[in-house]
Design a protein around this ligand. Structure first.
Ligand code: HEM
Length: 455
């Protein structure tokens, strides 16, 4: 299956390079809608892949776009959709604050925040607290941000990564050696989740045999409750949050009584600043450290197998020249954009792209759109594993909050592909993957594959 056509490559998977009638109708509908009705944060349009047409249209017609309260289930917000504007906002900590919920959260979707404001809060106070979100290193401005980031940064330093490398490689080898041959299986569950769970357990100094509990907590923390989801009710989500923080608090207490080690929890426990952190900040940091490296790396790994199946010529190039693995990894991170957006809030009235953003307004930097901006990236809808500057992408953010784990993510993906190429001549994607319906975590719930034989 190839999505390549001579003049245009679409951002969605197509049959023989042509949009289906359904895809055409969706694109036409989005182009015909009044501009002011466009709500790129609608989670369903991520599951249906219709968000691509919204971003395509916004980049061309209204790159700094306002979605009003009555058009959005998330409340009013600005969308920044072009590369240069995203960088301008991301690097401007004077005009734009990170003291805001990390994602475009739905009202009532985070019980921890509701608990923080207490039972007597007014609806306006509750909404304000929800927009603020949990304080964490990702939701802080300088100077507090530097203190919180500094407390854990050593956990992913070059020295720590050098120490992890043989361990990660060995674990990946074990996962790959256990895969069925000639039988359909879910790549997400058997490979992507296993690998990221193992790494997460290492980063937390958590027992390897209980690693999938970390994955479960991470998924529960990021899911908006609903039927058939990993948490179906707000009560279930709340119980999961409480259980995770209880475990984290206990581990912090245990580690502070032990000799310092290089895992995140020990680093936090022994940080000289820890005594100044509030319980809410510790909860917030714990959540970011749990979630930050989990579904992001998971979805990139699934995305790499999927992208190579959509672009067979990239697959052939990679197999002919394994030296392309590092640039293939970077290109996958751009093409996949595992976190579709981040939030900011205007500190002051600020002009971006000719629009006036008012003090206090929420601003969403859509990395998923910036990574497809053809003013910056050549042939952005294509998956080109030998691009000139493959690390030129927005997927890790920009500025002081740039992903702390970016080198670790690249390392895991590089090692996985080095080990895959030693073992399997092909991995065949059997059907379209099932996508999650989130406007934040851009990824896959399942993807069925077959590995016909070993090398
Ligand atoms: C492909 C994989 C990954 C992607 C796409 C990704 C993406 C991001 C993005 C977009 C941000 C926010 C940047 C901003 O607001 O400017 C971020 C922050 C962060 N990421 Fe990652 N991430 C990945 C893997 C990881 C891993 C493996 C870890 C594990 C340690 C991690 C830990 C963090 C932390 C702690 C932050 C907060 C940094 C700060 O606020 O200073 N990430 N990541």
């Amino acid at each position: 299956m190839s999505i390549l056509v001579p003049d245009e490559v679409y951002p969605v998977a197509t049959k023989n390079g042509q949009l289906s009638d359904e895809q055409k109708a969706a694109r036409d509908r989005i182009y015909a809608a009044p501009l002011e009705s466009l709500n790129p944060g609608d989670a369903q349009s991520f599951a249906d892949q219709e968000m691509w047409w919204k971003f395509e249209r916004l980049r061309a017609e209204d790159p700094v776009h306002y979605t009003a309260e009555d058009q959005s289930e998330h409340g009013a917000y600005w969308s920044i959709t072009k590369w240069d504007d995203i960088i301008a906002v991301d690097t401007d900590t004077v005009r734009f604050s990170n003291e805001v919920s990390v994602s475009l959260a739905l009202p009532g979707s985070n019980p921890s925040v509701l608990r923080m404001v207490g039972p007597d809060a007014t609806p306006a106070e509750i909404r304000e607290a929800e927009i603020r979100g949990m304080p964490s290193l990702l939701s802080m401005d300088p100077p507090a941000h530097g203190v919180h980031r500094g407390a854990v940064a050593e956990g992913v330093s070059p020295a720590a990564l050098a120490e992890f490398e043989p361990l990660i490689r060995e674990r990946i080898g074990a996962i790959l050696d256990g895969l069925p041959i000639g039988e359909e299986f879910d790549w997400v569950d058997k490979v992507s989740m296993e690998l990221t769970a193992m790494t997460l357990a290492t980063l937390f100094g958590y027992p390897q045999e209980d690693r999938r509990q970390l994955t479960l907590w991470s998924d529960q923390l990021t899911t908006t409750p609903g039927p058939g989801r990993v948490v179906e009710t707000m009560e279930e989500k709340d119980a999961a949050q409480i259980a995770f923080y209880k475990m984290f608090t206990k581990l912090i207490a245990d580690r502070s009584a032990e000799e310092p080690k290089s895992d995140f929890i020990s680093l936090m426990a022994h940080s000289p600043h820890m005594k100044d952190f509030t319980p809410a900040e510790i909860q917030g940091d714990a959540g970011v450290l749990l979630v930050g490296g989990n579904d992001t790396t998971r979805n990139t790994l699934t995305g790499s197998v999927y992208a190579l199946s959509l672009f067979p010529e990239a697959n052939e190039k990679l197999r002919a020249n394994p030296k392309l693995i590092p640039s293939m990894v970077a290109e996958t991170i751009r093409w996949q954009t595992p976190l579709a957006h981040m939030s900011r809030r205007a500190h002051v009235d600020a002009e971006v792209g000719g629009k006036l953003i008012k003090k206090g307004d929420r601003v969403i930097v859509w990395y998923v759109s910036g990574n497809r901006d053809d003013a910056k990236i050549e042939r952005p809808n294509e998956y080109i594993i030998d691009r000139k500057n493959p690390r030129q992408h927005l997927s890790f953010g920009f500025g002081i909050h740039r992903c702390l784990g970016n080198r670790l993510a690249e390392l895991q993906l590089r090692l996985t592909w080095e080990e895959i190429l030693k073992r399997f001549p092909e991995i065949n994607v059997v059907s379209e993957p099932v996508r999650n319906n989130s406007n934040f975590v851009k990824g896959y719930e399942t993807m069925t594959v077959v590995i016909p034989r070993r090398i």
